[in-house]
Design a binder for this molecule. Structure first.
Ligand SMILES: [Zn+2]
Length: 455
């Protein structure tokens, strides 16, 4: 619809019906949004919500112990979060962790998420994860991924039951995505990709060379993946990170319409590799943004947008400076032909909204303020101390704001946060339950709680 300095958004039931200056709507309730930026809610295309009780535990941690003996190598994500904590989750831990993550992101204006819930030790764990997404009251794709592989687990075949029991209608706030991790085994990912395609579910999978996935992704890129040599890319596939992938995998992914989610701050700090923002540009592709794990980094969209913007600009700016020789008159070169354009604030805003909706197959429902879409709307306070006076709307959101500026949040026409307060939620009670879950997880995993030991 374009951008308006002053305009109205008319919502009827779940849907946006009009956007523009001076919309007439006799008898409608009115939210006075003067001094506020009115924009679509943010979309996070990859968040491991079950890890909320472990927030900041792994602030320095790498993906895997690299043998260096440094505080970043131990504890590590593989050894501690996956091998130890994840194994002791009970269904009630899955529920409270995931619910709390959802409410926290809702409070920060993230109205849609893909919950990459790699915690499906049993059907009860799966049901708890779905229930938490429903109870959070925001738009979510339930990512049905693997658990720790214990005998009671029914991954991936329980997808059929989950689909029938929870996702029989396509017209609901919570939808389903099939986890298809290629690092499991060839048999396992063959099954999960086949089930996804049988059920018409989108597929999501991590793609990280440091975890040994590059040759497998090459195999799939050629269309000869899986035990039957018949698993290939398609527009139903979302690949997460895409760090260290081959040119072949990139070209085939682009040509097949694969979507890519980048978790820029996590990729930079946990050694996934350089976030592939320049490769995406070279390929003529655009990513969505994702928060990944709160064990290590905040899960708000402002952090994600600023990280993507500054990281890409650092690379391009240095490349331009290197085209001169640091001495007048060539100390400030004009970029040579072929230099990637700098990302700007509108680019990363699009990554965090419209591209996220596209990558979760929700672009007909959310991602922009467009008549016919559902009303996922946030109001951002431009009169606040850290923002005022307003001189650029996209600039203020991306370069100045943080979650404290998210004043009102609406999901599918329903107000979920109103003037700074989440509605219909007893945060004190939920915090106590989350702390109990945290205590259980540390005790059962045999990991000492120590506020200063892991940093
Ligand atoms: Zn992940």
């Amino acid at each position: 619809m374009g951008n308006f300095e002053t305009a109205d958004v008319l919502v009827e039931g779940k849907k946006i019906v009009a956007v523009g200056p001076a919309v007439r709507a006799d008898g409608a309730d009115v939210i006075d949004a003067r001094g506020r930026i009115v924009m679509p809610g943010f979309v996070d295309t990859h968040h491991h919500q079950f890890e909320t009780a472990l927030r900041s535990f792994l602030s320095n941690g790498l993906l895997t112990d690299d043998g260096s003996g440094s505080p970043s190598a131990n504890p590590s994500y593989t050894d501690h979060v996956l091998q130890r904590f994840a194994r002791v989750y009970r269904p009630q831990d899955v529920y409270i962790n995931s619910l709390f993550a959802g409410l926290s992101q809702l409070d920060a204006g993230v109205t849609s998420v893909l919950d990459v819930s790699q915690i499906h030790h049993s059907p009860e764990h799966s049901d708890a994860a779905v229930q938490a997404l429903i109870d959070a009251g925001r738009r979510a794709a339930f990512g049905y991924f693997e658990g720790d592989g214990r005998p009671s687990a029914r991954y991936p075949q329980d997808a059929r039951r989950l689909r029938n029991q929870w996702f029989s209608s396509d017209n609901q706030l919570v939808t389903m995505v099939m986890g298809g991790e290629v690092y499991l085994s060839e048999e396992m990912y063959t099954q999960s990709w086949r089930i996804a395609r049988e059920l018409g579910l989108p597929i999501a999978a991590h793609a990280v060379s440091g975890a040994g996935m590059r040759p497998i992704l090459d195999d799939i890129a050629r269309g000869t993946g899986g035990t039957g040599n018949d698993i290939g890319f398609g527009p139903d596939v979302l690949l997460i990170h895409m760090t260290g992938m081959s040119d072949l995998a990139w070209r085939r992914a682009r040509d097949a319409g694969v979507r890519v989610s980048v978790a820029v701050p996590i990729e930079m700090t946990m050694r996934h590799g350089t976030p592939p923002l320049l490769t995406l540009q070279e390929m003529g592709m655009e990513p969505s943004l994702s928060s990944d794990v709160e064990t290590t980094m905040a899960a708000d969209a402002f952090t994600l947008m600023r990280s993507a913007l500054t990281m890409q600009r650092m690379l391009v700016n240095q490349r331009v400076l290197d085209q001169g020789d640091y001495t007048p008159p060539t100390h400030w070169p004009t970029p040579a032909p072929g230099t990637p354009p700098l990302l700007n604030v509108r680019d990363v805003l699009r990554f965090a909204t419209l591209n996220g909706a596209r990558d979760l197959h929700l672009e007909h429902r959310t991602g922009s303020l467009t008549p016919g879409k559902e009303a996922d709307i946030i109001l951002l306070d431009t009169t606040a101390l850290n923002v005022t006076p307003l001189n650029s709307a996209p600039g203020a959101v991306v370069s100045l704001m943080d979650r404290t500026n998210v004043e009102t949040v609406i999901v599918a026409g329903k107000v979920r946060k109103w003037r700074g307060t989440l509605l219909d939620t007893d945060i004190n009670r939920l915090r106590t339950e989350l702390e109990k879950s945290r205590d259980h997880l540390f005790r059962a995993a045999g990991i000492r709680r120590d506020l200063f030991a892991y940093s």
